[in-house]
Design a protein around this ligand. Structure first.
Ligand SMILES: Cc1cc2nc3c(=O)[nH]c(=O)nc-3n(C[C@H](O)[C@H](O)[C@H](O)COP(=O)(O)OP(=O)(O)OC[C@H]3O[C@@H](n4cnc5c(N)ncnc54)[C@H](O)[C@@H]3O)c2cc1C
Length: 442
């Protein structure tokens, strides 16, 4: 029997498992995750008020329930079980550990209190155990750096009145924290122009439709026609985004300002160059204005400051390196050639191609890597015997590490659902110890 270990139960790990389990029916596919809960960023990244997106877990759940697929949670590669141990006990290893580290701003002041990465911030409101204790400083004025959908997610969640967040699976702690913060101004800052944003029009429209939000845009920043440097594949989205921004600007002209509203400012063509603080707490963000030249974006001599007490950077992520697994320090991903890391070891998803692409993009990527694996393995008649999870389980027992099965996850899932109140779909456990205690008690 071919023993396959997939490390990481996010969409990529699940999709690869699905295809391998179908095409290699005699193989045993074990999906490991460092958390007792599966589904990666679908649970811990996707915004809690986007339950329609999170519902994809139902599809992923069916993969974990396949006969020759087994979920094993609470096992961290590189800590509980080493890479070499996985290689010793499995024929095929697919690493799908995502990209969990926030890219730092790398500017003066980026370690002050009040500076957060969007990864840790979104894990916080999503109840990821590694960020549950974040308790972020949420000042009246918040800067969000980056022009992708994650910036819009964060601005939207910080702007929604708490009643609008009921019915979502934001944690109770985050809901209360945001409710008690008296946020007034949110600045969404991009280094390039309005035509270059990576927002999807639907997400942009969503934030602009919030009843208690005023959008502030400098109309001179919105080009009248789509600039020629925009590539054909991006042109449609760009045109829609620019149209939304133009309409917003026009409707704001007739708007009567309401001091209870939150004002979201879109600031284009600006790069943060320093954060200054008082008593180790963020107080100001210093930016330089940029202009587009034939060769690309260039900084000008013009600078300005924003008085903010919170800075959230949403400028990308890196994969965490794991002892002995080849790593590409330039790209911040695993080192691989077309998904092959070493003989018998493959990479999939964000740890392979970097933090780009929505959930469905991982399916296509998973399909490609599964095809590569199947082509290399389907004619292997009698691979050397490997004992797979039997050996891993013995090692975990020796190390007093408790792994979590699919049935255990099911109990956690049901307990989260049954303790939810106020129309919430679930109230997540935010500590691994709570989850394990629940399992011990049943
Ligand atoms: C804040 C945010 C919001 C997003 N919102 C959307 C959205 O609304 N819609 C959309 O389509 N896409 C969204 N995306 C993108 C989407 O989440 C990714 O495309 C997708 O999750 C990548 O899948 P993955 O399996 O490669 O990585 P992940 O989903 O990150 O899964 C990696 C898994 O590996 C596990 N792991 C990590 N390290 C180890 C280790 N050492 N040992 C064992 N296990 C480990 C993790 O616990 C995790 O379960 C969002 C991304 C972010 C960051």
């Amino acid at each position: 029997m071919i023993q396959i270990a997939i490390i990481g139960s996010g969409p990529s790990g699940c999709y690869v498992a699905d295809m391998l389990a179908k095409k290699l029916p005699d193989a045993q596919v074990d999906i490991f995750d460092k958390l007792p809960t599966p589904f990666g960023l679908v649970r811990a990244g996707v915004a809690p008020d986007h339950q329609h997106t999170k519902n994809i877990t139902r599809q992923l759940e069916r993969i974990l329930l396949r006969d020759n697929v087994r979920f094993i949670g609470n096992v961290t590669i590189g800590t509980d079980i080493s890479y070499f141990e996985f290689k010793r006990h499995y024929h095929i290893i697919v690493i799908a550990i995502g990209a969990t580290l926030d890219r730092p701003l790398n500017i003066t002041g980026d370690t002050l209190e009040g500076v957060y990465g969007s990864g840790e911030f979104s894990r916080w409101y999503n109840g990821h155990p590694e960020a549950a204790a974040l308790n972020p400083t949420l000042s009246q004025n918040v800067a969000i750096i980056g022009n992708g959908n994650v910036s819009l997610d964060i601005a939207r969640l910080l702007s929604k009145r708490s009643a609008k967040l009921l019915g979502t699976d934001i944690t109770r702690q985050a809901l209360e924290h945001i409710h008690h913060a008296s946020i007034k101004e949110i600045y969404i800052i991009g280094r390039r122009g309005a035509a270059d944003v990576s927002f999807t029009p639907a997400e942009l429209q969503e934030i602009t439709a919030l009843p208690n939000v005023e959008i502030i845009i400098d109309s001179t920043q919105i080009p009248e026609v789509t600039p020629s440097h925009i590539s054909d594949d991006k042109r449609r989205n760009t045109e829609k985004n620019l149209e939304i921004l133009r309409q917003l600007h026009a409707s704001n002209q007739q708007h009567v300002a309401d001091e209870n509203n939150i004002r979201i400012h879109f600031i284009f063509s600006a790069t943060p160059i320093a954060i200054t603080g008082t008593h180790n707490q963020v107080a100001q963000l210093l930016l330089t204005k940029n202009r587009r030249e034939v060769t690309g974006i260039t900084a000008t001599n013009e600078q300005f400051t924003l008085g903010v007490g919170t800075v959230i950077s949403a400028i990308g992520y890196r994969t965490a390196s794991i002892p002995d697994i080849p790593y590409d320090h330039n790209k911040g991903t695993l080192a691989h050639h077309e998904g092959r890391v070493e003989p018998g070891v493959y990479a999939a998803g964000w740890c392979k191609r970097g933090p780009n692409g929505v959930i469905p993009a991982n399916r296509a990527d998973a399909m490609n890597i599964a095809k590569t694996i199947i082509a290399e393995w389907e004619h292997t008649v009698s691979p050397p015997y490997k004992d797979g999870f039997a050996a891993i389980s013995t090692l975990l027992d020796k190390r007093n590490s408790k792994s979590v099965s699919y049935n255990d996850w099911y109990k956690i899932d049901q307990a989260e659902i049954s303790r939810a109140q106020d129309g919430k779909p679930r109230e997540k456990f935010t500590r691994i110890s709570e989850m394990l205690a629940l399992l011990d008690s049943r």
